[in-house]
Design a protein around this ligand. Structure first.
Ligand code: FO1
Length: 469
């Protein structure tokens, strides 16, 4: 069986007598989904029905109603699109590994095809499936431009070490999968529509964190967001991407996180756009290198969310500065409430809580403060991950873990000049923000005029020159 270059067999075994199952988890789309396309090809070759199974975990790594609402709405669109192709979507509440293993056994699946995640918990689900089933189990990386295990065989030190490897392999993987066809081998039983309300009521998540309104979920909305970005953001991306007030960011990360759009769809659209080459380059650096170095980090470093996962130099320097006095310290509740003495940080936190997002550059400033304000690197890391995963629409993503580990633990970075608390981990202060955007304007937009008046004056270089007469 030729599986194609982005697939690998996790389990050999004899084909079962039943249908082919695609276990959808991370790539929640019908279009441009290599895992689903491979599952259909197998089913066609074997003259078998095909179904998509989704295991709905009642709670997942600190996710709240905000992220679940987004995901469930996107899955409704998946259900409708699959139905039009004669492919049922089976959604069951429970541990996804258990759900898929049970479906595989009940239907005597010919084979199970799954998508790929580098995170510990989804990998544990996968192990359950591989352990419990006797049929072939195939994994397809439908989430990365270059399959994670082929991009590099090891943990990379930095973006610069992965960059050439990725760009060398990009031409081998740039084809999109064939569109699905209406499935000619019908599912033996009538499958009732998914009862989304019943599923939602079975979730054990914090409903106090509301769904967002600025970003509609699903494949169609993802494509519309891409079209918007190509027109209104990409042309100005090189010059304005770090300007928190410019609004040129792609805002595609929730769609990429839930797999509502394939990264290759985004890549091709950007590559072939009429935008200035510098802007295309700047965006592709994010899409190709930064995104996939984060996958590499989580895939090869099982301690991606612990201080022990930081590079040795960073662990040493953070340890040496462990007892440096902190000028300000805050409790988690104060951070959660955005009630610090820093109006810029508070605005960032308020935007995170209200909108589930924050501009890229602000995200770095936000992440860097935890080290200064909490008693230890361990507490800083835990607090940053907790708030990120609770509010960010794309929390629990390798990108989030890698960004926070970069902020606090020098991951994918190099040592800088020594500073209190940070040691040689790079620090980033307000002056860095002022160099890229009008901080007062940002705070005014998020928290209003009064908060804006509290913003400390910009550093000397930004002050208006004295009037000469
Ligand atoms: N994937 C699933 O297979 N089942 C779930 O119930 C589920 C919930 C979920 C909630 C929030 C979120 O951000 C992602 C969620 N995912 C779920 C998707 C997926 O497992 C993860 O995005 C990846 O594993 C991250 O690598």
């Amino acid at each position: 069986m030729n599986l194609g270059p982005r697939s690998r067999a996790l389990r050999a075994g004899d084909l079962g007598p039943g249908p082919v199952l695609y276990w959808m988890s991370r790539d929640q789309r019908v279009a441009d989904n290599w895992a689903l396309a491979l599952a259909q090809r197998l089913a066609l070759d074997l003259n078998r029905p095909l179904a998509v199974v989704f295991g709905l975990s009642p709670g997942f790594l600190g996710a709240t109603w905000r992220q679940y609402a987004f995901m469930l709405q996107g899955l409704r669109e998946v259900e409708a699109r699959l139905r039009a192709l004669g492919i049922p979507l089976l959604v069951h509440l429970g541990d996804p590994g258990e759900v898929v293993a049970a479906c595989g056994q009940e239907y005597q699946a010919a084979a199970v095809v799954m998508d790929f995640s580098p995170l510990r918990l989804p990998r544990a689900w996968k192990e359950t499936v591989v352990r419990r089933l006797r049929c072939p189990v195939l994994e397809v990386d439908a989430h990365n431009l270059v399959p994670c295990w082929l991009a590099s065989p090891k943990a990379e030190f930095a973006a610069r070490t992965l960059r050439p490897k990725l760009w060398r392999k990009i031409p081998d993987f740039d084809a999109l999968p064939p569109a699905l066809i209406p499935h000619p081998f019908p599912w033996p039983k009538v499958v009732p529509p998914v009862d989304w309300e019943a599923l939602a009521s079975g979730l054990a998540v914090d409903r106090g964190v509301a769904a967002v309104t600025w970003c509609s979920p699903g494949e169609s909305a993802a494509q519309a967001a891409l079209d918007r970005f190509l027109q209104h953001g990409l042309p100005f991306y090189a010059a304005k991407r770090n300007d928190a007030n410019a609004g040129v960011q792609s805002r595609l990360s929730p769609y990429l996180h839930f797999g509502h759009i394939a990264p290759w769809r985004v890549f091709h659209a950007v590559w072939h756009s009429e935008a200035p080459p510098v802007s295309k380059e700047a965006f592709l650096e994010e899409l190709v290198v930064r995104r996939e170095v984060a996958e590499n980090f989580c895939f090869y470093n099982p301690q991606y969310d612990e201080v022990a996962g930081f590079p040795a130099w960073a662990q040493r320097t953070l340890h040496d500065h462990r007892h440096d006095p902190r000028r300000e310290q805050y409790r988690l509740e104060e951070l959660d409430a955005g009630a610090t003495a820093d109006p810029l940080w508070n605005a960032a936190q308020h935007q995170l809580v209200r909108e589930g997002t924050m501009p890229g550059y602000v995200r770095m400033y936000w992440g860097k403060r935890f080290l200064e304000w909490l008693p230890s690197p361990e507490e800083a890391l835990a607090a940053a991950i907790l708030l990120n995963d609770r509010y960010q629409l794309d929390g629990r993503d390798p990108n989030g873990y890698a960004n926070i580990a970069w902020c606090i633990g020098g991951v994918h970075d190099r040592p800088w000049f020594p500073r209190p608390i940070f040691g040689t981990v790079r620090s980033l202060g307000r002056s860095g923000c002022w160099a890229h955007f009008d901080v007062v304007e940002y705070v005014r937009r998020i928290d209003g005029e009064e908060a804006a008046t509290q913003v400390p004056r910009p550093p000397r270089a930004r002050r208006p020159l004295p009037q000469t007469s």
